[in-house]
Ligand binder design. Structure first.
Ligand code: DAH
Length: 342
């Protein structure tokens, strides 16, 4: 039995020290020390031993058990350390590797210009309003004193949304004049920014979707002089100290008298060139003193209050600001163009 034990010890210890996975080690533990294990089986035979032999073999068997247990523990620690090392190596991060740079977009030139103009008007005491792009004909035309025969009312010019021509995509931001007047009581200083729609073919200066800004001032004693001063100041704030402006008489149904304001061509300084189409001036906006009928229709007493309004195409303002020559660039979403505004 002695030799049986020492042989078992030799094999067991070499097998245990040779194990290289936690699973194999566990199966060896069961194989030698488990209830049905080989050492246990030898110990079972001890009942057949003489009284002298029993304690000697018992001590040997116990020593062997301790040795096997110690070997298992020793190798378990080694295996765990090796497994951890392997895991650390395979999951290692190279923190010195250059990162992939995230692509961060830039603000669209239209948004840049809108924000600049908003700042100018907020600085002059205006409030910013939003209005619906889907608008009622009433607000888009009737409440602005637009005659029934006006060409803008034609289906060929305007995107109507129903067969009775009651709803449409607004053709300008002017309907917000009526909407603001009927909800806010004077004094009013309103600035409205937003998209407008007309059935125009796309070319270098036209798009069926475009942006406008509307300005509206209603108070006691407001005159055409206020309009001229503020719009000139706005042009200077937008385009710089030496900006020259000129006012030409015009006609709009919602203002009386009406005008258009031009700025001196930035390209040729007034001599006439391709950009200003030989004019020397570039038209920037339409404006005028509010027709008393508009005030009346919106519930404001025209005897007490007067006001002025203007509407400006924002694409043109942005194109002049950034010297962009083709309107289509604004809507093409070409990343090479947009990146120029970084
Ligand atoms: N709504 C006009 C247009 O789209 C522009 C305009 C002209 C607006 C005169 C005004 C104004 O407020 O007073 O052409």
């Amino acid at each position: 039995m002695k030799s049986q034990l020492s042989k078992l010890g030799e094999i067991a210890l070499s097998e245990i020290m040779g194990a290289d996975t936690p699973e194999l080690l566990e199966s060896l533990r069961v194989k030698y020390l488990g209830k049905k294990g080989e050492l246990t089986a030898i110990l079972r035979q001890m009942s057949g031993l003489s009284a002298e032999e029993r304690p000697i073999i018992g001590t040997l068997a116990n020593n062997l058990r301790e040795k096997i247990e110690a070997a298992i523990e020793e190798n378990r620690a080694a295996i765990n350390a090796a497994v951890l090392q392997k895991k650390l190596r395979s999951e290692a991060l190279d923190v010195t590797m250059p990162a992939t740079e995230p692509i961060i977009g830039v603000r669209h030139p239209m948004s840049i210009v809108v924000d600049e103009i908003k700042d100018i008007f907020i600085g002059m005491g205006f409030r910013i309003y939003d209005g619906p792009e889907i608008e009622m004909s009433t607000y888009n035309f009737d409440r602005l004193n637009t005659p029934a025969t006006h060409p803008a009312r034609e289906w060929t010019d305007t995107f109507y949304l129903d067969n009775e021509s009651k709803t449409l995509l607004r053709t300008h931001t002017s309907p917000m004049q009526a909407r603001v007047m009927e909800t806010v009581s004077p004094p009013i200083r309103a600035a409205v920014f937003g998209r407008c729609y007309r059935k125009d073919e796309v070319d270098a200066t036209h798009s069926p979707m475009f942006h406008q800004m509307e300005g509206l001032v209603i108070d006691e004693g407001i005159t055409f002089a206020d309009l001229k001063t503020l719009l000139h100041d706005m042009a200077v704030a937008m385009y710089g100290e030496n900006t020259a402006t000129r006012f030409r008489p015009h006609h709009f149904p919602f203002t009386e008298p009406s005008c258009e304001m031009d700025v001196l061509c930035h390209e040729c300084g007034g001599k006439g060139c391709r950009v200003c189409k030989g004019e020397g001036w570039i038209e920037l906006l339409g404006a005028g003193v509010c027709n008393p009928r508009i005030l009346e229709m919106s519930g404001i007493d025209p005897e007490k209050y007067s006001g002025w309004a203007f509407g400006m195409g924002l694409e043109r303002a942005a194109m002049r600001r950034f010297k962009i020559s083709d309107l289509r660039l604004m809507f093409d979403n070409d990343i090479r163009f947009l990146e120029m505004f970084k």
